[in-house]
Design a protein around this ligand. Structure first.
Ligand code: PEP
Length: 262
């Protein structure tokens, strides 16, 4: 049975002065059984969020990590610096692909660093609007997966708890979400890509999240799909009311899965 995961990506929002209070409020309002909760604040807020969540069953994640452990990389943050601050990491977010020019090969190196450092990776993939309109979405996502996962051992990635987030770029921060059916079709394609890429039946165990303008109002559309295991939430994750609604709906799916599994 795959877990149900709700991960918050706060992007470049909050400060060390207010992040802890927001994290605590969200944690208190989302104490639902069966849902894995993760909050990914900016680097400088990691310590405040970690401290605020000390008594809560909520994991802390970083939004990125450098592919090297140390060296002349001004402004970067390595996995060793994250030790004690974060246990998860978002990799390959489309905003980093866009703004920092991250390639699939580089993201693959970051994935290796996350594995070696014991950080649980959320690997983001997703197509641009023009690619979807040209009927190329599945091909683009398959190519991203192939590029990011090349050279990595599926069993090691499974052991590290790899999570894949399908985030259509045109849906991120736009208020225009994908349909549940389209997102579910892509999660099927993602697992088929993994299966064909040497993962075999391990592919069925990889959690795949949806991301892209997910809210309390639309999350049910995604969580009703058996192949979707939760959400990576951006804008709505800064609002405790939204997170409460999203995690409450996720708990319904988690309970249904637990009941079906006996
Ligand atoms: C994200 O940042 O991963 C994301 C999905 O953002 P939003 O929910 O704001 O679209």
């Amino acid at each position: 049975m795959r877990p149900v995961i709700i991960a918050a990506n706060w992007k470049m929002n909050t400060t060390p002065g207010d992040a802890g209070a927001l994290a605590r409020t969200i944690a208190e309002r989302t104490r639902e059984p069966g849902v894995v909760r993760v909050i990914c604040p900016p680097y400088v807020c990691l310590a405040a969020v970690r401290d605020a969540l000390e008594q809560e069953d909520v994991a802390v994640g970083a939004q990125n990590v450098h592919h090297e452990l140390a060296g002349a990389y001004t402004g970067e943050v390595s996995a060793s610096m994250l030790a004690g601050l974060a246990t998860w990491v978002i990799l390959g977010h489309s905003e980093r692909r866009r703004d920092a020019g991250e390639s699939d090969a580089l993201i693959g190196r970051k994935l290796g660093r996350a594995l070696a450092s014991g950080l649980r990776p959320i690997l983001c993939v997703g197509e641009q609007l023009a690619e979807r309109e040209a009927g190329r979405a599945a091909r683009v996502v398959a190519d991203q997966l192939a590029g990011c996962l090349a050279g990595h051992d599926p069993a090691a990635l499974m052991a590290a708890g790899l999570v894949i987030a399908y985030e259509p770029v045109w849906a991120i921060g736009t208020g225009r979400n994908a349909s549940g059916a389209d997102a579910a079709a892509m999660t099927d394609d993602i697992r088929a890509t993994l299966r064909a890429g040497g993962w075999g039946s391990l592919a069925d165990g990889v959690p795949v999240l949806y991301g892209g303008s997910a809210t309390a109002a639309n999350i049910g559309e995604f969580l009703a799909q058996p192949g979707i295991d939760g959400a990576l939430v951006g804008g709505a994750s800064l609002k405790a009311d939204e997170m409460a609604g999203i995690v409450a709906r996720a708990a319904v799916t988690a309970a249904a899965r637990a009941a079906a599994a006996g």
